[in-house]
Ligand binder design. Structure first.
Ligand code: F0G
Length: 373
């Protein structure tokens, strides 16, 4: 149980280990002495300057690398909060619907707390890495013959009628945990950025960042709200279209959602921040995915690259002025869904060169000339 977590001995040296978002932001979250803190050390993720993207756009572009969280996605920020509160309220089991990352996170935090996680995922539609995580962390993994939206309806129904606690982002603890990412951006930049770009599925994270930034403005720590730009995959873009999408379709499986749970909250956040929602084709998502890995050095899952595609599109449209500070959240690690890196831009398989055990042959392949002796 979280309560019995040993402290790390300091030997007189001040400990610099990041303690997870509930400890780091205890005074700004709804926790008390009675809240058992269930943490895997989430948050404290790097804000990485991206010169390759700045050079392309003339803006000052930073990447908030959320794949660096314990289970490899931003979900951990909300899950530490949701599981801690669930345990505080005596829950023995939690349930969620998921396109993969929420299930991995719920499974890890629930097992750390000694409780059960039941996760409902659309059959055959979640990335192998995420499926493996949920199973590894002992979740009751149930594949539903339906899409994510069906899974969320079922999870709501089950939590209303059975003793299982819902930990999807309709649970306000999730959004409150996730808003800490905005606090971290502000701590690094010493103000809010001019623009914040991110993927949108259920629109929980879009809502969470705008809440975090709003709080920072109200505290007087920042001088402005960033304009919040959210991006959906073109085949799965209900907010952009203004109506639910019955059979959402995109290679970005994490955001294959036709009826976002936080739709209304997201529209309010767009209004408050002079924000924007746009749709991006799968082709442009994959191009941004390659650009991030090949030129910035950050490996993400396809859905996570959509903010970068959005930056290029909005920059070309003349909306993002030169010199603007832009933060893009990349939400999940590339190792969760690595297959996309093994395809060329034309959709062919990447074929690594094979050689014999021969240095001269390798030098030839690499185009190296022998150094003069
Ligand atoms: N990026 C990734 C990698 C995600 O897994 C998700 C959502 C999003 C972006 C969108 O965030 O829903 O707050 O707008 N994944 C959920 C899941 C639905 O079940 O893992 P959102």
């Amino acid at each position: 149980m979280a309560d019995s977590t040993p402290s790390i001995p300091s030997r007189g040296i001040p400990s610099r280990q990041w303690r997870g978002v509930l400890h780091e932001y205890a005074d700004r979250l709804d926790i008390t002495e009675a809240t058992p803190i269930v943490t895997l050390g989430e948050g404290g993720t790097p804000l990485v300057p991206a010169p390759a993207l700045s050079a392309r756009t003339g803006a000052n572009v930073y990447i908030k690398f959320e794949g660096m969280n314990p289970t490899g996605s931003f979900k951990d920020r909300g899950m530490t909060m949701a599981i801690s509160k669930a345990v505080e309220h005596g829950a023995k089991a939690v349930i969620c619907a998921s396109t993969g990352n929420t299930s991995a996170s719920a499974a890890a935090y629930a097992t750390h707390a000694g409780i059960t996680a039941a996760v409902l995922v659309p059959e055959g539609k979640i990335a192998m890495g995420k499926l493996s995580q949920a199973i590894a962390h002992n979740a009751e993994l149930i594949q539903v013959q339906g899409n994510f939206d069906d899974c969320l309806d079922l999870a709501r129904d089950l939590s209303a009628n059975y003793p299982v606690h819902l930990v999807n982002s309709v649970n306000p603890d999730r959004i409150n945990g996730q808003k800490t990412a905005a606090y971290e951006v502000v701590e690094v930049l010493q103000d809010a950025p001019d623009f914040h770009l991110l993927p949108v599925g259920n629109a929980g994270n879009y809502t969470a960042y705008s809440r975090g930034y709003t709080e920072e403005l109200e505290r007087g720590v920042t001088t402005k709200l960033p304009r919040m730009f959210g991006f959906q995959a073109a085949g799965s873009a209900p907010i952009v279209l203004g109506h639910p999408v019955k059979n959402p379709d995109t290679i970005a499986s994490a955001i294959r959602i036709g009826n976002p749970a936080s739709w209304e909250l997201a529209l309010a956040a767009r209004e408050a921040t002079d924000g924007y929602f746009g749709a991006i084709t799968d082709e442009h998502i994959l191009a941004a995915h390659r650009l991030l890995s090949a030129e910035v050095g950050i490996f993400v899952e396809p859905a996570s690259a959509i903010g970068v595609a959005g930056l290029l599109e909005r920059s070309e449209a003349g909306v993002i002025p030169a010199g603007a500070t832009v933060v893009i959240t990349v939400t999940g690690h590339g190792l969760k869904d690595p297959q996309w890196a093994l395809r060329t831009a034309d959709g062919d398989d990447v074929k690594p060169t094979v050689v014999s055990v021969d240095a001269a042959e390798i030098a030839g392949v690499l185009g190296l000339q022998k150094a003069a002796s």
